[in-house]
Ligand binder design. Structure first.
Ligand code: DAH
Length: 339
């Protein structure tokens, strides 16, 4: 009998559970009315007198072991419940939260806006469906001007006056028609050109236009503004303004930045020169000011236009412009960290 009780002590001591029902079953089995302990206590009177003392000690040991066990498991379960509280189990590993990401074009566009906002430029927008005046004529590109051909225009229906804007320079005109100098504005937006789609060009892309009109603005102001921008955007402080031609600026220039030749990709994107063209610029042609009712004898200024995809491709080392428009989540998910 004593050996049997000792066996039960072992069972009670080694018992473990994290489940309330199992604990209750254990308690009933050992400490309940019809439990093991009561059975043994009932046997007490049949135990020979010389064994009574040892029997009593062992049976008490069993009682203690069972009670201790129940107590310690109850405490363990309660403390677990406390940490759960109303928020659930705070010790559990966090569930991954699925967050979206901005499109790389939006990320770069917002960066450009921030950089120019710091030197007093506001943001302006215009329509994507334009008329001939704002996209061409007011920008010193009258009908039959040869430079119109460079712009591979999408016309809407058969009306040659309605078209998809080929550049954001159209917003310059709209802004000057509605605001008097001093003007400092940038106009980000989508533009359209009837071009063959390849890894380097697309029929839809984005530009950011800049316009600065005031009294006594110089070409040095333009260069300094662009230099500030390239420093902030790329961390590069070497730019080159290459003489060029745009009907709406005189003089005009292409903006090149010195990107360097550290990696193989650098060689590829700069065609081995280290220099990369990011847009065009110049001093606003007096004819454009006149067309917008601004007196060119009183005011002058500069303008520039940059391709957003170009900049994003450079910054993120994206080799194919079509990636921006395919909406492949595997591509887009890579920009999560760049909100
Ligand atoms: N509109 C030109 C283009 O799409 C870019 C440009 C060049 C804009 C010179 C300007 C500028 O404002 O001054 O290629």
């Amino acid at each position: 009998m004593i050996d049997k009780i000792k066996e039960y002590i072992g069972v009670a001591q080694s018992f473990s559970t994290e489940n309330k029902e199992e604990l209750e079953a254990f308690r009933i089995k050992f400490l309940g009315k019809k439990g093991v302990l009561n059975d043994f206590f009932a046997e007490f009177k049949n135990v020979p007198n010389d064994q009574k003392k040892e029997f009593g000690q062992v049976i008490n040991a069993l009682k203690n072991a069972a009670e201790e066990k129940v107590k310690s498991i109850v405490e363990a379960l309660e403390s677990k419940e406390e940490t759960k509280g109303i928020f659930g189990d705070l010790t559990r590993a966090a569930e991954p939260v699925i967050v979206g990401s901005r499109h790389p074009i939006s990320i770069v566009k917002n960066q450009i806006i921030d950089i120019f906002a710091n030197i007093g430029f506001n943001v302006s927008e215009g329509p994507e469906i334009e008329d001939d005046w704002h996209n061409f004529t007011a920008l010193n590109l009258p009908e039959y001007h040869p430079a119109r051909d460079m712009q591979d225009t999408f016309f809407i229906q058969t009306n040659p006056d309605v078209l998809l804007r080929t550049h954001t320079s159209s917003v310059q005109v709209r802004y000057m028609e509605n605001h008097k100098p001093p003007i400092r504005t940038i106009s980000p937006g989508r533009v359209f050109r009837n071009e063959a789609i390849s890894s380097r060009s697309h029929c839809i892309f984005h530009q950011v236009e800049g316009l600065y009109i005031d009294k006594d603005v110089s070409f040095a102001d333009l260069k300094q503004t662009l230099l500030y921008f390239t420093k902030e955007m790329f961390g590069k402080s070497k730019i080159r303004l290459r003489p060029s031609y745009f009907p709406f600026t005189e003089p005009s220039a292409e903006i090149d930045i010195y990107w360097g030749l550290k990696t193989e990709t650098d060689y590829r994107i700069t065609k081995g020169t280290g220099w990369l063209e990011i847009g065009g610029c110049g001093m606003v042609d007096p004819n454009v000011l006149k067309n917008c009712d601004i007196n060119p004898d009183e005011y002058n200024g500069f303008a520039f236009g940059m391709g957003v995809e170009r900049i994003a491709m450079l910054l993120y080392q994206i080799g194919d412009i079509r990636m921006f428009y395919e909406n492949d989540v595997r591509f887009l998910e890579q920009f999560k960290a760049n909100i």
